[in-house]
Design a protein around this ligand. Structure first.
Ligand code: MTE
Ligand code: HPA
Ligand code: MOS
Length: 770
């Protein structure tokens, strides 16, 4: 039967973010917009100003005596466990007690009538220390015998010695890759309301409400069911709110229970940047063997990461670096090792790509080395090493690549961006020897989708259909600007064949869906979309079986059509049908559940199928570099990205564009600097340069691969989009390298470290000229 009417807002169509108008008019409610009850108190952290020390005394008398102060909290005030480590390792005290492990570590919290009073009072503490030697860099940590902060991993396949013996050429080198601050618009914040008995409700800017809930319970020493965590939306998370909100949620809840008043905590931007974790910096040591045609025979590499003082998520982050150290390339013989190093710096954490980008940058450096050594176009070397479809398709973790589309993506992009002709123009331009040099590069991305901790790949949803036919949608995912709620509402609209404005999107709360995973690993839509669909299917099944019986028709004669339901010959508007169902006592609510099939992972063996599928993409960038100053600009970038069969192409394109620019910032202008005392000096936008509107490529063409469809049974055959495009701007980084290398006739790989700031570009130019 062909449908002439269709609903507003089903799947596979462009639809604005449900809160777009509210975002731009300021009407969207964030945690700090919740009306504060009279009597609300404000907490602020008092932090260390040394990188590594033994605490000899803590004198908080002046803090307590300051105007407006109600009291202070230290380790001694924790009724449960003084720990907020997300992995249960108990290596992350909420309040430092005996030792300081990094500059900016929380020692106490002060609670006052106003935020301003709390913030001023926090500065009055007198803390004495016996300073200890500190370490800030990962390689320095290895050299000084510092411990791994969590267990390292090794991935191994083939016979590395054999691969190296077969190699016609071998190159080894080292690359340093910088970290990144999340720079979400909305910083960390938590707002706790005490309840009766042990109860407390915490509104918190978090990607992981269940973890905040469990952590608050752990710190308060109460069962999880005493704590409710709510989040309507975040002003960006980017991984920075997967675990880092724990300390804020815990302190707000602790203070709320202690003084039986609502308590809010919101650090200023400097404290947010100093005291919460960032992307891991890496030092990559590689040894790559290859044949005359550029084909890799062996890769032996070590990925050492600056993890900071506690383990946080550094285990899975450094694991994911190894999972992506192949990018889209087949390594016949390979050995990859991680070194998650403890350092006296803030504890680094999840950030878009979760270590994957650092692995991919390492893979691309090896490709560049080969290309320069053989005098080839790096694109030719890339293609020569792509995974095959039926052979050469086993990853270093022994998962078969079954859904390879990288060849097609790269060929299409190469054609459509006119890569070959433009590369020739760039070469001709540089051959004239001017001050402005150009570079062009095309790089691929392959990214594994699923949490590598297999048990996280589960989700729940709760769908209510009210008796007026309006629908309430709740699921375990959180909205941070990525459009998750819109996509899931599209799925529900499609399932019931109703207009999307009939569906109420609600805050995420641990009361409605329990034991959720972080909205992370790009899997928010994959997991929660399926759970929501499961809930809809349960309700629909009940409706169908009731209607078939009530009307005396076969079940397949009950059909959901646009905003109506057809039962045999009769058609009713959806709301009438639902109110009839209610009167007939049909249960109109369901809890849905989903777990990702097929995946398994044995970390000890380094073998399994950690990923359900892969997302792919490719990008080509052209840059101009001023060789007298090192300044540069991106003249043009073209992207072709694979999101399977897109649920919402315009939202997906927004994710691709945003990820590209965020990745561009990571690889070019965003630089974290720690001084010799171990203090982060780049703790505000004045010293830490994120990309601005003017840094966006002058010409920026972003396309989705509209022919793609997920071969796995994901939600409507779509693919995750959140993180994979973050790695696309590696082409900008390599194009900068080409422009730099031109000053020495491309004889040498420029070996730029990341970020390729103008200073670093200029130094590389000077070095190559010399
Ligand atoms: N997009 C916006 N606007 N804001 C964000 O904080 N986080 C990214 C990505 N895109 C983020 C974003 C990260 S790190 C992840 S893992 C995914 O969104 C999470 O959401 P998803 O799983 O729903 O894609
Ligand atoms: N990705 C993102 N977040 C995570 C992961 C992952 O693989 N594992 C645990 N948290
Ligand atoms: Mo994203 S780093 O998995 O929150």
């Amino acid at each position: 039967m062909s449908e002439t009417v269709s609903i507003k807002g089903g799947v596979h169509r462009d639809l604005a973010h449900d809160s777009a108008a509210k975002h731009v008019t300021g009407a969207a409610d964030y945690t700090d917009d919740i009306a504060e009850p009279i009597g609300t108190l404000h907490a602020y952290f008092g932090t260390s100003d040394v990188a590594h020390a033994r605490i000899t005394s803590v004198d908080l008398a002046a803090v307590r005596a300051a105007p407006g102060v109600v009291g202070v909290l230290t380790a001694d005030d924790v009724p449960g466990v003084n720990d907020v480590s997300p992995t249960g390792r108990h290596d992350e005290p909420l309040f430092a007690k005996d030792t300081i492990e990094f500059w900016g570590q929380v020692v106490f919290a002060v609670v006052a009538e106003s935020r301003d009073e709390a913030r001023r009072a926090a500065a009055l503490a007198q803390i004495s220390y016996e300073t200890l030697a500190h370490v800030t860099e990962a390689d320095e940590a290895i050299a000084k015998g510092y411990p791994d902060v969590t267990a390292p991993m090794t991935l191994q396949r083939g016979d590395i010695a054999k691969g190296q013996a077969e190699a016609a050429h071998r190159i080894n080198g080292q690359m340093r890759i910088g970290g990144q601050d999340h720079m979400y618009l909305e910083g960390h914040i938590a707002f706790a309301m005490p309840g009766e008995d042990d109860d407390v409700v915490v509104h918190c800017s978090t990607q992981h409400p269940s973890e905040a809930q469990h952590m608050v319970a752990h710190v308060l020493g109460v069962p999880n069911n005493a704590v409710v965590v709510n989040v309507r939306r975040m002003g960006g998370g980017f991984g920075g709110k997967e675990s880092q909100m724990n300390q804020f949620a815990a302190v707000a809840a602790l203070a709320a229970k202690k003084w039986n008043r609502p308590v809010k905590i919101r650090p200023d931007r400097d404290q947010d940047m100093e005291s919460t974790g960032k992307r891991h910096d890496f030092v990559v040591d590689y040894d790559v063997g290859f044949a005359d045609d550029g084909r890799i025979t062996a890769v032996d590499a070590q990925f050492a990461a600056r993890c900071g003082w506690s383990s946080d998520l550094s285990g899975p982050v450094t694991d994911r670096a190894l999972f992506h150290a192949d990018n889209a390339y087949f390594y016949p013989h390979v050995r990859l090792k991680s070194r998650p190093m403890k350092t006296n710096t803030v504890s680094n954490t999840a950030f878009r790509g979760f270590g994957g980008p650092q692995g991919v940058v390492g893979a691309e450096r090896m490709i560049e080395e080969i290309a320069y050594a053989l005098g080839k176009d790096p694109l030719e070397v890339r293609k020569a090493n792509f995974y095959g479809d039926t052979d050469r398709n086993i990853t270093p973790y022994h998962q078969e690549v079954e859904d390879n589309v990288i060849g097609r993506l790269v060929d299409e992009l190469e054609q459509n961006s006119d890569y070959q002709a433009r590369r020739q123009t760039v070469l001709d331009h540089n051959a004239k020897g001017g001050i402005i040099r150009k570079g062009i590069s095309l790089t691929p991305v392959k990214f594994g989708i699923s949490f590598t901790a297999t048990w996280f790949n589960q989700a729940g949803a709760l769908v209510h259909v009210y008796n007026d036919g309006s629908i309430m949608l709740n699921h375990g995912g959180t909205e941070m600007g990525q459009g998750l709620n819109t996509k899931i509402a599209q799925v529900v609209a499609e399932a019931f064949q109703v207009d999307i404005d009939r569906i109420k999107i609600t805050k995420t709360t641990t009361e409605k869906v329990p034991n959720t995973s972080a909205t992370a690993a790009s899997s928010g839509t994959d997991l929660n979309g399926m759970a929501a669909l499961d809930a809809c299917d349960q309700i629909k099944a009940r409706l169908v079986s009731w209607a078939a019986e009530a009307w005396g028709v076969a079940e397949d004669a009950v059909v959901f059509v646009a905003n109506a339901v057809r039962v045999g010959e009769e058609e009713m508007v959806f709301s009438d049908f639902i109110s009839k169902a209610y009167m007939a006592r049909v249960q109109l609510s369901a809890a849905g559940f989903y777990k990702t099939p097929k995946i398994h992972w044995d970390r000890e063996k380094g073998q399994g199928r950690p990923f359900y599928y892969f997302a792919y993409g490719a990008a080509v960038a052209e840059v101009s570099v001023d060789t007298l100053t090192g300044e540069y600009r991106v003249d043009r970038a073209d992207v072709l990205h694979d999101v399977g069969k897109s649920l919402n192409p315009v939202l997906d394109k927004g994710q691709v564009e945003g990820a590209f620019v965020q990745g561009l910032g990571w690889l070019t202008s965003e630089e974290l600097v720690w001084d010799d005392k171990g203090r982060l000096r780049t703790h505000a936008p004045s010293t830490y340069k994120i990309p601005l509107a003017g840094d966006i490529p002058r010409e920026f063409n972003v396309k989705l691969a509209d022919w793609s469809e997920n071969r796995e049974l994901t939600i409507k055959r779509s693919k995750a989009v959140g993180e994979p495009p973050f790695m696309l701007p590696i082409c900008v980084f390599e194009a900068l390298g080409m422009a730099v290398a031109s000053v020495a006739d491309y004889r040498e790989c420029p070996r730029l470290d990341a970020p390729a700031t103008p200073e670093r570009v200029l130094m590389a130019v000077e070095r190559l000229k010399a």
